[in-house]
Design a binder for this molecule. Structure first.
Ligand code: ATP
Length: 237
């Protein structure tokens, strides 16, 4: 059974049709990426999966169960965790307080402590800054805190929206190495990226979204070699 399955999903903002009947699957253990240009509907897809938007049509199944009408809180409690574009960091709280909020649905104290230590091992820079106010971190450090905080929810599916956005290339490399490690540790990932090059390097499979429709899908390596994809998204000729 797929971990996440979306069937014929349509979402509108008033009269703007942002998603026009998209279908996709994420199997356990995969990194799946959703790539596409500005305004293609990538963030809308993640926001609908995490319960922030209601679809006009279609189904979302998580572990085989419909979640399209559930609240964001109950979806997160099922360990489907969304790191939004812009990161959603609480600027006036310390890094440590931000991290602890990731575990707010949990009461398994020992496991929370393990996940906390593990997140800090993945991001040593976060560990050095536990007492700093999160709003004073650099953009890259805030992205690390946002991902580390998500790990405190022990996600079954981790959805990352544009983790590379606005960051220096070196920091982006570091964050993508950690994304690989998180997946190697058994966490399934749905990654939204405008940086198709990077996303196709790290993902197993990919979907290409254009103006609210899936235009292409397949193994990431195959799409990275496709002439159409190279021309449209990879700066190729
Ligand atoms: P980007 O990478 O630029 O964020 P995206 O692929 O994530 O692009 P979405 O943000 O999902 O795209 O937007 C899809 C469409 O829905 C766009 O036409 C956008 O203008 C529209 N849209 C997004 N959010 C809203 C909103 N709150 N109100 C009205 N229209 C919206």
């Amino acid at each position: 059974m797929a971990l996440l399955e979306i069937e014929n999903l349509s979402v509108s903002y008033g009269s703007i049709r942002a998603l026009r009947g998209i279908s996709l699957k994420v199997e356990p253990g995969e990194i799946v990426t959703l790539i596409g240009g500005n305004g293609a509907g990538k963030s809308t897809t993640l926001r609908t999966i995490s319960g922030l938007l209601s679809p006009q049509e279609g189904q979302i199944l998580f572990e085989g169960k419909p979640i399209a009408c559930k609240s964001p809180h109950s979806i997160a409690a099922n360990r489907l965790i969304h790191v939004p574009e812009g990161r959603g960091i609480f600027a006036n709280l310390t890094v440590e307080e931000n991290l602890r909020l990731g575990a707010y649905c949990r009461s398994d104290t020992n496991e929370i402590r393990q996940d906390y230590e593990h997140a800090l091992e993945l991001f040593p820079r976060v560990k050095e800054r536990l007492w700093q106010l999160a709003g004073t971190l650099s953009g890259g450090e805030q992205q690390m805190v946002a991902i580390a905080r998500a790990l405190l929810a022990r996600p079954k599916l981790l959805m990352l929206d544009e983790p590379s956005l606005g960051l220096a290339p070196q920091i982006v490399q570091l964050i993508f190495q950690v994304i690989r490690k998180i997946n190697a540790g058994g966490t399934t990932i749905l990654l939204v990226e405008q940086n198709a090059n990077l996303a196709l390097q790290v993902a197993h499979r990919a979907y290409v979204l254009e103006v609210g429709k899936i235009e292409m899908s397949g193994p990431a390596a195959e799409l990275a070699n496709s002439d159409d994809i190279r021309k449209a998204y990879l700066g190729g000729h």
